[in-house]
Design a protein around this ligand. Structure first.
Ligand code: TYD
Length: 431
């Protein structure tokens, strides 16, 4: 087993997540609303870490009463959007994923309030990997020490655990608690600060941390996620949001689409959607989609999966089954002409955005010029919708039907949770 420690205790901010953007933006919001002159970026970053009151007084020259009001304004913004403006350090999500796969016990020991810790781990899709969260409740936030938090998190013999953190409190707390201390030198602590407490080990970046904790353990695999649904279901907007979100997890994300997704297949896309191709037979259309897919898999999808990326594909083979197989009535032949390309490339997850044909039509009205396929579509759309629903009900576990009738935010929250479930379920056991 490549695990160097049976239990890894992580600090949150500066070790797993980088919360500075949300803190700086919330400080700037408070300063602006108080009518004080704006601070330059390097001054704003000084808000990360020390008590807020203190920073407003020192950096802006506020009185105590003004600083108290500024702190209230800061929280007003930070509690709603600021905390989400954080990001996971690239490489950390994959590290936590691999630690879990190798059987490590993973816990958090943070001085931030427990509510915020749980909310942050949940939002960034990390909570299911954690076996415990040791953090103060609101009432004892300033009285509990890091040593106490580490001891409360401990689930194995001290010699089998390590604490990873970026500040002097984390490393000294680890020493006082009697566990190995690992400095995350990529976080907010300066080199002098870290050197002053003589950690047992130092990781310059998440890759070095991985080497330290896991040696050459297996890496997080690539994931192939397809997004499907009738025209007008909103999946294109959602796939962009999903890409942005997965990038805040520090993952390598490739967003691609069908027909298209690589130079040759984009040319085929041009042929398929061109209104001057109106005389195209259904069979020719199905073969062109299959041809474009074969090239796309070869040129874009497989290379990305091989390097461990998350590939998001806006439409894939299920669109051929729904549009050409059911919609145009070409049946099982469509599966056959795609079978060879798909041998090496089945999606891990297929999200079907479910919107009734009437609602989809209502949404599409007012859009710019319809393409060739869209022109021949009303009856086709209904058959396509039914085809997608029957695929979802086929019993194949990779299909997840998602209600696409709500607001973009509600739809995205469901999508986010569905994707996180894929990452955090044991391989082959997505429910
Ligand atoms: P596009 O403009 O990308 O539409 P959307 O935003 O709805 O995905 O055009 C793709 C069209 O091609 C769409 O109407 C669905 C259709 N299509 C098929 O008929 N078969 C397929 O295999 C694929 C991938 C798409």
């Amino acid at each position: 087993m490549p695990l160097k420690f049976r239990q890894v205790i992580f600090d949150l901010d500066g070790t797993i997540t980088r919360s500075a953007p949300g803190i700086c933006a919330s400080a700037a919001y408070a300063i602006d609303n108080m009518g004080f002159p704006p601070l330059p970026e390097d001054k704003l970053t000084e808000f990360v870490g020390p008590p807020l009151m203190h920073s407003f007084m020192r950096l802006c020259g506020m009185t105590e009463a003004q600083a108290a009001e500024a702190t209230r304004l800061f929280r007003e913004r930070h509690s709603v959007i600021g905390w989400k403006e954080a990001a996971v350090y690239p490489g950390i999500y994959e590290l936590v994923y691999s630690l879990k796969r190798e059987g490590a016990i993973i816990t958090l020991a943070s001085s931030k309030s427990r509510g915020l810790c749980v909310k942050t781990l949940e939002y960034f899709g990390l909570l299911p990997f954690f076996d415990g969260v040791s953090a103060p409740d609101e009432h004892n936030a300033h009285t509990v020490t890091k040593q106490e938090l580490i001891l409360a998190a401990l689930k194995v013999a001290k010699a089998d655990a390590c604490m990873v953190g970026d500040r002097v409190f984390d490393l000294e707390g680890a020493r006082q608690a009697g566990v190995c201390s690992v400095a995350a030198a990529y976080g907010y602590g300066s080199a002098e600060e870290l050197a002053s407490c003589g950690p047992d080990a130092t990781a310059a970046d998440p890759a070095a941390l991985r080497e330290l904790l896991l040696g050459d353990a297996e890496r997080m695999p690539g994931f192939f996620i397809t997004l499907e649904g009738s025209d007008g279901c909103g999946k294109t907007t959602q796939s962009r949001l999903l890409k942005q979100y997965l990038e805040t997890l520090g993952l390598d994300v490739v967003l691609t689409r069908e027909p298209g997704g690589c130079p040759i297949s984009e040319k085929i896309r041009g042929l398929l959607l061109d209104v001057s191709s109106l005389g195209m037979t259904d069979e020719c259309e199905a073969l062109l989609f299959a041809a474009a897919r074969q090239q796309h898999i070869h040129d874009t999808i497989l290379p990305a999966l091989a390097r461990g990326a998350v590939v998001l594909c806006d439409r894939f083979n299920d669109s051929s089954i729904a549009y050409q197989g059911f919609g145009r009535g070409l049946g099982d032949w469509v599966r056959q002409i795609n079978a060879r390309a798909l041998e090496k490339c089945t999606p891990d997850l297929t999200v079907v955005f479910d919107i009734s044909p009437d609602e989809a039509l209502r949404r599409r009205l007012g859009e710019q010029a319809a393409d060739r396929i869209e022109l021949s579509r009303e009856a086709l759309q209904r058959r396509v919708y039914e085809a997608f629903i029957s695929l979802c009900e086929s019993g194949e576990k990779r299909y997840k039907r998602l209600d696409a009738g709500g607001t973009p935010e509600q739809i995205f929250d469901n999508l986010r949770q569905t994707v996180i479930k894929l990452f955090t379920s044991p391989p082959g056991e997505v429910e």
